[in-house]
Every structure is written in structure tokens, then in C-alpha cells.
Design a protein around this ligand. Sequence first.
Ligand code: SAM
Length: 646
Amino acid sequence: MEVSRSHTPPSDVESAAKKPRLDDGVADVAAVAAESSSSAHAIPNSNGEPPKAAAPAASSKATRRALRVARQRERERKILPEACSSEDVLWHDVLDVVGKEYADAQIEAGTEFDTPFSYRDQVKVRVKSLGMGGVGVGIVEEDEGVVGNGASEQDVDMEHQSKIARRKHWAVLVPFALPGELVLVRVYRSHRLHSMADFLEILEPASPLPEVNTHTPSPSLTRNDDLVRCRYFTKCGGCQFQMVPYDEQLAWKRSSIVRSYQRFSGLDMAGWDGSNAGPSLPRVAETIGSPLQYGYRTKLTPHFDKPPSTAKKTVALEQAQRQANLQPGPDAADTAEQDPDEVLVPSFLKIGFNAQGSKNVMDIEECSIATPVINEGMTTLRKMVARNILNYKKGASLLLRDSLEGTSDESKHICVTEPNSTITERVGPMLFTYPASSFFQNNNAVLPELVGYVKDAIFPPTAPDSQRPTHLVDAYCGSGLFAISLAPHFSVVSGIELSSASIASARKNADLNRTHRIPGSDPATPPIPASTSITFASGTAHTIFTSVTDFPRSQTALIIDPPRKGCDENFLQQLVKFGAGTVVYVSCNVVTQARDIGWVLGRDVGEEGEGKRRRYEVESLRGFDLFPQTAHVEGVAVLRLQDVVE
Ligand SMILES: C[S@@+](CC[C@H](N)C(=O)[O-])C[C@H]1O[C@@H](n2cnc3c(N)ncnc32)[C@H](O)[C@@H]1O
């Protein structure tokens, strides 16, 4: 059975649903239920708990439940992840290590879920590569495999032998482990040909490895635990790379872009490894780093769970205990340290982020990648929640955003927590305002460079004046970051965006930057000249093409900056039909960016019957690090329209 891949962007309808990737007919449910209840290779549930054995058909309720579970299992068996989803990215990381041929054979035999591990097995894993999510991917190294609660020597029977053999072709995913390291891990969940494990300790530091993925040279990464700045690192799931020197993080992000295009673009990759120009793509340039590597995040959304039913009792008890402790005891120094005004944080209350590999919230008092005012705001907000916790009937997500207090040059930074409040940010000479609950890039420090790079890509110094773009279309424009920042360089600008709140902000921002003065410049100069026409519309991105029909195509630059899922096929079809001279594709998900660009490059551009064939070529490709210490990278691809030489 061949596991086929599609490189097609989702159509509007398809994008809503996961698609079956294997074509077997649906198995008889009763047979599946029987198979499920006798299954020897039970897979722990999503909380990492060992599965409960399916009960015999004691009651019709139990039978229905067993059938439901069995159907779910069967569905999981037959469905490969949706192309370009995070599960699909992980699946490719697994294939890299276990080999595609082996995986196909296992799927054919229906044994791809036969995990060779039991829940909480401790094993030694040699890390082979760093998956695109920043997680180490390895294979059990030694013969006996189990060093913990698995088998003793006497237990090494046939079944165990076969498990040990399977382990050599079973990927183990270990966060915070680096390629080349031998690590002790504890398995907590298994899925198709891989298991997830907690990292327990390093048994051997990294030694040079033969490349697993022979196409993609992955930079070597050095562990330096002295670099770690956060006390929650490895417990919180937010950052992956604090122990890796920053220049190596940037090099790894570049290789992650290369991998994305190799795996997901569907383009001709012959001989291309990102360090050279290939048949479809240029060399991938070095990743541009963030000026701030910590303290850069301008938005945090910590959350907390619904208080337990015993919350009232617990709070009363803990308050009484605290009062008792505040009474002067025989040693007065014991109480001198305690502040009677300090807010009592009940022991059940955890405000923070999901713990690594789990859906449980862990308590986090500060975040080292967030800006200083956000961390101050977090302290205040945590106290407010603790004080009022008995009034919450549900859990909640909190919002913290870094904002300028006003629009003047001297405005200081404040933390805003009210979703309806207005945030103000400065990017280069431009001011942006937007509702706290709406989208804006989260790393202000790197934005001037990102915007400057996009501008330079649109106006390369070598291009003749006759080809200089005069019109700009900003699809997925948010509150106007690119449209407004680049407006001074165009005569006509048009933006579109789904969120009407963001469009209202974009319009306001255009006005604001026509009137306010650039700090330190001639007071007569607003950032955007009166002569530039700027319009914004709210709607789905593809509808922009009907309102810019009078734009001169060869002198139009189109910026696309879609959400993580990328563009839908309808949008790309219209993009290709429209035929802007320059397209800049900015993306926080290089996987869907690679898929979309692969789709665009294979198509003739323009209306049918134009007489000459033209296609897009990728002129440059590189990453910007908007997310230091994490595995995320912002990709910027510049496409230029070229005549096809027949
Ligand atoms: C990654 S953000 C980029 C926003 C803006 N370029 C910026 O940098 O601030 C993507 C934006 O696309 C918008 N969006 C999502 N789906 C859309 C669609 N189908 N059509 C138009 N805009 C969409 C979102 O509301 C979001 O503001």
C-alpha cells in the first residue's frame, strides 16, 4: 500500500476536514470491536495514561462504548495526517528515522501501531535528528533496551525479543535532546511507528552522527546549559532551544526551511540542499536574528483551569492556616518576614501554560521571553485572579499585551490586559494601533528589519526604474503592518483582511501616519505623503483581485502573509491569474508556505490566450527569527514573474 502525499493547498471545503489517506474499506464494526478488546498493543490515551482494557460486553452501554473506541482506533489506523498539518510534519520526522520503505511495509501489514514499549518504559535513545518541531528524534540504541520497569533477564522471552527487534525501527521523540546525544528517556505515549518520551538524563554527550536525512545538511547543535535563563525551561512546553547558542538556533532554522521545501513543496529538488541554487529554488540565505533574544514577546496568554468543587473549603482552610502563621510565635523573626497584605494563592490554582507534553496547566510566575512590562503585568494579574478565584465558574485565558501608553515620542511601555483596549506600537517611523484581542506580530524588536527587507526585495537596487512597482496589494493585511509601512514607496496601496476590527484599525493607522510626525525629522514630514492612495477592505483574501483590476500588473507588488494554514487554492488560482510582477510571501509556517509556492511555480501566469507564457521564479528565500528560543521561524520568499523561454 503506497502512502500517497498531496502537495495541493486546501480548497475552502477540504480545509475544514481531515482527509482519509489510505483507501481500505471500513472494516466490520463488530470485528473491529472484538479486535480492539483483545488488542495486545494498546496505546496509552492522550493524557499519557495506560489504556483501560475494553470490558467484555457486560451491558449494551459498555458494548456501545467499546464499539466507539474500536471505530476510533480503526479510523486512526487508516488516516494518515492531513497534508502539511503539524501531525504530518511530525510523521515526516518519523519517516526520516525509520525509513519510508519500512513504514510502508508496516502500514501494509497493519502493524504500524504495534508499539514495542509499555507505558513508562525507560530506555536509552540515540538522538538521530532534530525534528521540525524542535524535538529530538531517535532510536533505542542498546540490545536489551529496557533499563527500568520493563523486563528482567528472565523475562526475555519470545515476545520480548520481538519487541526489542521492533525498537530498532521505532522512532522515539524526546524534547530537549540534541542530535548525537545518548539520553535516558521514559515513554509515555505511542502512536504510528513512534513514541513520545520524557527526557530524564544525558548518558553520553553528542558525538558526530552520520546524517540521517542525506538531503538536508543539518547544522550541529551544541548543548550549553549555562545559557538557559528560565527556571521553567524543560518543564514548560513554550521554548525548545534555550540551551543552544543563538547562532546555532539561526542555522538550524535555516535548515528547517530547507527541509520544508524538500518535503512539502512537491518541486524538483534534484541536487538542491539549500546551500546552492537548484532547478526550482535559490540558495536559502542565512536567517536574520532578532535583536532581542529574550524579553521580546509582546503578547502572552496564560490560562488557568476551572476551580475544583472543593475550592471554597480549600481557600478557607489555607486562609486560616495563614492567619495562624501570622500570629507572633515564640520566635518573632518567623512572622516578621510575612506580609499580611500578600494575596493568598490557593494551592489548587495554577496560572500559566501547558506543561511540556501534557494538557495540564503549570504555574508560571514569569516568562523569560516576554517583555519586562508583560512580566510586571503578570504579577498583578495573577494576584487579581487569586483574589477572585471563587467567583470563577470556569477556567479562563488571560491576555497581556505590551503597549505604548500614547502616541508621543516619550510614551512609555505599559501592560494592557483588557481585550477591548487599544494597543499602540511603533515600527520604525510608523505608529500602529489595534484592539488588544486582534492579531499583531509578537516580536516588535525585529519588525523594522523585516519590513525593510520586504521593501528592499520589492525594489532591488539593480532593477530599472521602468520596472519599479508603483502599486501594492497587501493580502491578509491585519491592521496594516506592511501596507502602511511601505505606503511611502507606492502611489496606490490596497489591503484586505478577514477581521473587520483589524481593517478598522488599518484605516485608522493610515490616517494616523499621514498626520503624526516622524520623531527627530523635519516637523513638516508625516511618514505617509498625502499623494499616496490607501484603501482597506474587509473580506476573504481572494476577493481583493476583483477590486484591483486596474492595477498595472508588472508594476504591482503583492504581499501575502496568511495564517499558519497558508492560502487556499481559490486564492492561489486568482493570484496566478492576476500576475503581479513581484510577490512576497511572508509566513509563520514554512511548511504551508512551501506547499503554496510549489503550487504556484508549476503554473502558467496570467489570463488564457495572452500570447506569451510567464511563470513565477523564486528569487530569494530566507528566515527571520521572530521567535528566539523556540523552533518557529518566519519565512520570506520573493517571487518574480519571468517570461518562459520555450
Ligand atoms: C499572520 S497574520 C498577518 C497580518 C499582517 N500581515 C501583520 O503582519 O500584522 C494573518 C492575517 O490573516 C487574516 N486572515 C485569515 N484568514 C484570512 C482570509 N481567508 N482572508 C483574509 N484574511 C485572512 C487574519 O485575521 C490575520 O490578521
